[in-house]
Write a protein that binds this ligand. Structure first.
Ligand code: UDP
Ligand code: MN
Length: 441
């Protein structure tokens, strides 16, 4: 007959190898020998959570804590389980208790930071990540999380809390604007006068009236070298939207050479197809709408749709996130002067765009749709764009002079998407435009 510690070791070996049922059987036999075995309850709880039985896992974890109330790792595990159940405040309390019991528990500081970030409490999150980084100086994820929390705190620090609540409120909540354009006055800065936006380098023909838009919606997709995703995305969107609204997919492909610049690509797509529709969706190619909760109809204000993407565990990674899928009107995009043209490489251009909208007095809402995120290798994090965002936040760069009105590019190819993909069933109006964006300044 194996001793308790041998049974526990056997359980751990199964557990580490991913054999959850065998691990569970071993932990249960430990607990049959000693029903007060705190580690046994803890591990049984962990295994139940991993097997998807989170509520049962919580009960086991609570038993472990009842036996050993000062074990930091137990509180940390309970925090993880409660976070899975969406009980954010309770999870935060558990992580706080975990680091109180065991101040050098880096994992719990990191989890605390992540949970606070997801709740929009960026300042407290940054403090937790700072402590985590002292304990784990070589953990790149903690370093990046600290930077993200600090930047988010800076982005939104000057904004009164009531506007933050308003901005992140869901569509069904109490506040709705009725102004026709969705331009409501913002508390930070006066909304810029749209007449200030002349196209300096790219003069638009001054026709008296714009032609009537041909489509309900133009979907702008910045793109390079994700062919397998595009082959899934394009027919999926045709099927998904077929009976709902008329739309044109515009894939703006960046020619090889310079680092990828998704913000500038969106500006180009918007510039070229400005008159095709009144409404635009800024869409990633790797994010597929799954059901009717993904609603592309416009409201008075911009709507963030990708609130339940599988990549982020079905929730927003942070409350002010507006990446992946955003629907907005032509006036919204123009009031923000589009995106900055200077974010070469991964990320941050969308955070700056959020602040541009807000500075223009435009407050967006969330309409959390269920999306499937297609897999791809993690993008390299780009400190150059973090530095750009800091320049913007410090007011060192004038966003009103960087965007749609300072766009330079060259179209090198324009082709029907169905021809490019060799998918003859795709709707004929979808386009792929290849552009040379120049090189980083
Ligand atoms: N993208 C692309 N090629 C690249 C990088 C990005 O086409 O090499 C486009 C694509 O539409 C993608 C979007 O930009 O969905 C966002 O980039 P990514 O998926 O790398 O960002 P993350 O998933 O890290 O948010
Ligand atoms: Mn992606």
């Amino acid at each position: 007959m194996a001793t308790i510690s041998e049974q526990l070791d056997a359980g751990l070996a199964h557990h580490r190898a991913g054999r959850l049922q065998d691990a569970e059987a071993a932990y249960r036999s430990v607990l049959r020998c000693d029903s007060n075995h705190a580690d046994g309850w803890h591990l049984l709880g962990a295994v139940a959570c991993q097997a998807g039985r989170v509520e049962e896992g919580v009960e086991h974890l609570r038993r472990a804590i009842a036996i050993s109330p000062d074990a930091g790792v137990f509180h940390n595990s309970l925090g993880n389980a409660l976070r899975l159940l969406g009980q954010t405040d309770a999870a935060i309390a558990c992580y706080r208790r975990a680091v109180e019991c065991q101040t050098d528990l880096g994992e719990a500081h990191k989890n605390l930071g992540q949970t606070l970030s997801a709740a929009g409490r960026f300042r407290e999150a940054a403090e937790s990540f700072q402590t985590a980084l002292r304990l784990r100086p070589n953990d790149p994820e903690v370093r990046q999380s600290l930077l993200n929390a600090a930047l988010n705190e800076l982005i939104w620090a000057q904004c009164p809390p009531e506007s933050l609540t308003l901005r992140i409120s869901t569509e069904s909540s109490r506040i709705r604007e009725n102004s026709g354009s969705g331009l409501v006055s913002g508390p930070c800065e006066t909304p810029p006068n749209s007449h200030e936006f002349g196209y300096s380098q790219l003069q638009r023909p001054q026709s008296a009236a714009s032609p009537a838009p041909q489509y309900d919606l133009v979907i702008l997709v910045p793109y390079r070298d994700r062919l397998e995703h595009l082959r899934q995305f394009a027919p999926h969107m045709d099927r998904f939207l077929r009976d709902k609204l008329s739309f044109r997919l515009v894939v703006i492909e960046q020619a090889f050479g310079a680092p990828f610049n998704p913000g500038k690509l969106r500006n180009v797509g918007f510039h070229l197809h400005r008159d095709d529709a009144d409404v635009f969706a800024l869409h990633d190619v790797d994010t597929l709408p799954m059901d009717e909760s993904c609603d592309y109809r416009i409201a008075d204000r911009p709507m963030h749709l990708a609130g339940r993407a599988s990549k982020y565990g079905g929730r927003l990674p942070y409350p002010t996130f507006l990446g992946a899928v955003l629907v907005l009107r032509r006036e919204h995009f123009e009031a923000a002067n589009g995106f900055s043209n200077h974010y070469w490489g991964w990320g941050r251009e969308d955070d700056e765009f959020a602040r541009r909208l807000w500075s223009s007095g435009i407050i967006w809402g969330n309409r959390p749709g269920l999306y499937q995120s297609l897999e791809h290798p993690a993008s390299n994090l780009n400190s150059r764009n973090d530095a750009r965002l800091l320049e913007f936040l410090r007011g060192e760069r004038d966003w009103r002079a960087d965007g749609l009105n300072s766009l330079d590019f060259q179209v090198t190819r324009s082709i029907a998407l169905r021809e490019f993909l060799d998918q003859p069933d795709l709707a004929a109006q979808h386009r792929l435009v290849t552009v040379d964006l120049g090189t980083p300044d």
